[in-house]
Design a protein around this ligand. Structure first.
Ligand code: C5P
Length: 231
């Protein structure tokens, strides 16, 4: 499970990492936090032992994305998002840059970072609709471009899994029963997302905006653990 650290600064982010790092295992740094605190914070989260998911949804010309992804690879992150709307050359350049940046960092320092995985973003979970044709096209493009995973909404899982089998399936838009959807449109409960084939659930406001974040996190962890145990 990945906890979305959608908070404005280092203090708030590190409080979440300390509180929930062990339960979630993966800490997601998105645009707000990365713009505020930059790569230094990413390195510090990596140093706590949590895996980092850098959710920048890169989308630019292939050369620019390749160079940016190379810098991300050198930070020791596990997951980086590339937007598949950028097309096959851009996705392939991003995946290559990420791999090469991580390999360079490993050869120049004794790091034990996980092998990085580029994730192709298909259609945002805040969009009300995603046509099966577009989802399948973007999922296949991500796979052919060398992505090891995909980001999609839970209802998209059957379509993207058929179009791009074998990839890590990362699913945001997760809402436990009773949680507010906010700006998300294609949502699912943790149980439903896992049953549909999600490998990594992204949990944000259901925990971070809850009146009692600790209780909300414990409830999500319990639901996921029970589902994985086959209860
Ligand atoms: O608070 P909430 O659970 O909606 O947060 C979802 C997180 O997942 C946010 O950080 C958002 O940027 C991210 N995300 C998403 N949809 C995608 C890719 C990433 O909601 N397709």
């Amino acid at each position: 499970m990945a906890l979305a650290l959608d908070v404005p600064d280092r203090t708030a982010a590190m409080a979440l990492v300390e509180r929930f790092g062990a339960d979630f295992g993966v800490m997601k740094v998105g645009l707000e936090l990365f713009i505020a605190e930059g790569p230094a914070l990413v390195r510090d989260i990596v140093a706590t032992g949590s895996r980092v998911f850098l959710d920048l949804k890169l989308h630019d010309i292939p050369n620019t994305v390749e160079h940016a992804a190379r810098r991300v690879g050198s930070l020791g992150v596990w997951l980086l998002t590339l937007h598949t709307q950028g097309g096959p050359d851009m996705v392939a350049a991003g995946a290559r840059g990420l791999r090469e940046g991580a390999a360079d960092a490993r050869s120049s320092a004794a790091t034990r970072s996980p092998e990085p995985v580029a994730l192709g973003v298909t259609v945002l979970t805040s969009d009300a609709e995603a046509s099966p044709g577009l989802l399948a096209e973007r999922a296949a493009l991500a796979r052919e471009g060398g992505c090891g995973g995909l980001v999609c909404a839970a209802p998209d899982l059957p379509t993207v899994s058929a179009a791009a089998p074998g990839l890590l399936r990362v699913v945001p838009g997760i809402r436990p029963v009773g949680a507010s959807a906010g700006d998300q449109r294609r949502v699912a409960t943790p149980t439903a997302a896992l049953a549909a084939g999600a490998d990594v659930l992204v949990i944000g406001r259901a925990v971070t905006a809850a009146a009692d974040p600790h209780a909300a996190a414990a409830a999500v962890v319990a639901e996921v653990t029970a589902e994985l145990a086959g209860d």
